[in-house]
Design a protein around this ligand. Structure first.
Ligand code: CTP
Ligand code: CA
Length: 232
């Protein structure tokens, strides 16, 4: 085996990180999307690579560059994401779902551009969309994980206080069945697209670990926690 350098605690490991925000098509030019930039996922990928891991980023419309030495698999919709993550997670040691995946997608995609007028006739002042739930990618990955694989989810929550935030995080961790959940308090709308962050990492047992600072600091803490759960 190649000698490992100091701090290369993920040498020989494979890490898969999803990042960005999915888009669900309505017609050939329109979609339902969200404003997740992919910064958190890119910070995780950069740190994992610096620690010696082989890293794949599954990217949905990210607005930041993919760090060097990181393999990129681009996707668009939550269904694409589900397929790519199932494939890429095979044989991975750590899988992180930092992507903002749509919960609902249009039940059908129009082949033609949706029009406000039909010939000379206006269609009306209102229109409604029929939406259907997307697959829960994280829950699927957690259910399918192999022994020793660590699956990490993210959650952005609004809660009146910290106890409520932690209660929501623990309930979501249990519902998803993943090993770790990194929860952001977005009550004041200060996290999406911003550089700084306030993240608490909860695991199935034990207290949560809170990190306030840069996304790189949060990324390091999340990977420290994931690393501690890996089989030797
Ligand atoms: N997630 C996923 N597939 C989805 C929706 C979300 O894999 N269709 C993942 C996200 O990438 C994140 C985690 O699930 O890692 C939590 O997302 P969140 O939106 O907080 O959870 P939901 O189960 O969608 O619950 P809700 O939106 O009702 O809070
Ligand atoms: Ca959701």
């Amino acid at each position: 085996a190649a000698p490992t350098m100091a701090g290369q605690d993920l040498a020989g490991r494979r890490v898969v990180i999803s990042a960005g925000g999915t888009r669900e098509a309505l017609d050939p030019v329109r979609y339902l999307g969200n404003s997740s930039s992919g910064r958190m996922g890119a910070a995780l990928a950069a740190d994992a690579a610096a620690r010696g891991a082989r890293v794949t980023m599954v990217t949905a419309h990210i607005e930041v560059p993919v760090p060097s030495c990181v393999r990129q698999v681009p996707v668009s919709s939550t269904e694409d994401l589900d397929e790519a993550m199932r494939r890429e997670a095979t044989g991975a040691d750590i899988v992180v779902m930092a992507v903002a995946a749509a919960d609902f997608a249009p039940s059908s995609v129009s082949d033609l551009k949706i029009k406000k007028h039909e010939g000379d006739r206006r269609v009306g002042d209102r229109m409604s969309l029929d939406l259907i739930q997307t697959p829960d990618v994280l829950a699927g990955l957690a259910a399918a994980r192999t022994p020793g694989q660590v699956v990490v989810g993210f959650a952005a929550e609004t809660a009146p206080d910290r106890d409520e935030l932690l209660a929501l995080a623990r309930a979501k961790l249990a519902r998803k069945g993943c090993d770790l959940l990194a929860v952001n308090d977005v009550s004041s709308g200060r996290v999406f697209g911003k550089v700084g962050t306030d993240v608490t990492v909860v695991r199935q047992q034990g207290p949560g670990r809170r990190v306030m600072g840069s996304k790189m600091m949060a990324a390091q803490a999340i990977l420290d926690e994931a690393r501690s759960l890996l089989a030797p």
